[in-house]
Design a protein around this ligand. Structure first.
Ligand code: TYM
Length: 334
């Protein structure tokens, strides 16, 4: 991260809970890389958020290191971007407490992710799952962030973050920068391959998502099995043709054109050709990342050193905001 006054700050994070999916890549990680040259960036492995559902401790440790390696393998230069782990910077949890005191129960209970997750984990509707968005707001506001690249499913959390920041700025002028979301126009919501009306998610059955680390034969097999429809026309129509439209969105994101243009290119061809085009585009995008990832995972010490050095730098920045917040709120300063 360069110490330039003119550059704005970008923050984003991914949970280290299981395999990182093609949805995470297209909706978020790829945009991190595209935007990283223009901003001072922090990319966080949000392990505290992952605890809102039960995690196997050994798997969580493995996934944390793996996600840090994946950030780098995807093209984020760890010398220029702060790549670090949320639990290594205690100010995230400290600011989250403060924000909890300025966030209403009504706001939190309206969050669709809370409603979805509590329906899926009925035996463990914990308070962390409920206050998850205030920890996310703390992640962002802690660094006086201007831009937050996320997929469409995080839009509501970003709006809440902005509401909290605006509310607190009203009470304590100049406290926080109010962040802007960056949500790609198309492909912000990659759908499940087996149930294309649902979001592709790492917590669903394996055949429903492509993992960023899936080998080429697995990627081809999953696309071949992807649900389409009983028609034959390749047309972008998410409402009536969710499966076909999802494949077009994936392809379009990777070719940097619109799904409609992608459909025009494939006019007259069969669904098999669309599936093959999508798998080859995905393999071409992921293969170099997988190669770099394997090399990085061969040197775990290198990744640990990066996490350590960058957490110290993030801690320094976080301290500045937290001190300001404590002071403005009237917490007694020694
Ligand atoms: P998480 O870990 O669920 O997902 C990480 C990022 O991937 C995006 N994403 C998708 N985009 C398109 N299609 C999909 N199917 C898809 N699935 C996931 C998500 O929108 C997200 O951008 N709460 C966040 C993590 C977080 C965070 C933050 C993000 C914690 N603190 C602060 C930004 C800023 C989450 O659970 O993401």
């Amino acid at each position: 991260m360069e110490a330039s006054e003119a550059r704005k700050t970008l923050f984003s994070g991914i949970q280290p809970s299981g395999s990182i999916t093609l949805g995470n890549y297209i909706g978020a990680l790829r945009n991190f890389v595209l935007l990283s040259e223009q901003y001072d960036c922090l990319f966080c492995v949000v392990d505290l958020h992952a605890l809102t559902v039960r995690q196997d401790p050994a798997a969580l440790r493995r996934n944390t290191l793996s996600l840090a390696a994946l950030y780098i393998a995807a093209g984020l230069d760890p010398e220029k971007n702060l790549i670090y782990c949320q639990s290594h910077v205690p100010e995230h949890a400290e600011l989250a407490w403060i924000l909890n005191c300025f966030t209403y129960m009504g706001e939190l209970s309206r969050m669709t992710q809370f409603k979805d997750k509590s329906a899926r984990h009925q035996d463990n509707i914990n308070a962390g799952l409920f206050t998850y968005p205030s920890l996310m707001a703390a992640d962002i506001l802690l660094y006086q962030t201007h831009l937050v690249p996320v997929g469409a499913d995080q839009k509501q959390h970003l709006e809440l973050t902005r509401d909290i920041a605006t509310r607190m700025n009203g009470l304590y002028p100049g406290l926080f920068v109010v962040p802007e979301p960056y949500i790609p126009k198309t492909s912000a919501r990659i759908m499940s391959l087996s149930e294309p009306t649902r979001k592709m998610s790492k917590s669903d059955a394996e055949d429903s998502y492509i993992a960023v680390l899936d080998p080429p034969d697995v990627i081809r097999r999953k696309f071949r099995r992807a649900v389409t429809d009983s028609e034959t026309e390749i047309r972008f129509d998410p409402e009536n043709k969710p499966g076909v439209s999802n494949l077009l969105s994936i392809l379009a994101a990777l070719d940097a054109i619109t799904p409609e243009e992608e459909a025009a290119k494939l006019q007259g061809l069969q669904y098999g050709a669309l599936k093959e085009a999508a798998s080859e585009a995905v393999i071409a995008a992921l293969s170099p990342i997988q190669e770099r990832y394997q090399a990085l995972m061969g040197d775990k010490q290198y990744i640990q050193d990066i996490l350590k050095a960058n957490a110290e730098r993030a801690h320094y920045l976080a301290q500045k905001t937290l001190r300001k917040v404590y002071k403005k709120l009237g917490l007694y300063q020694l």
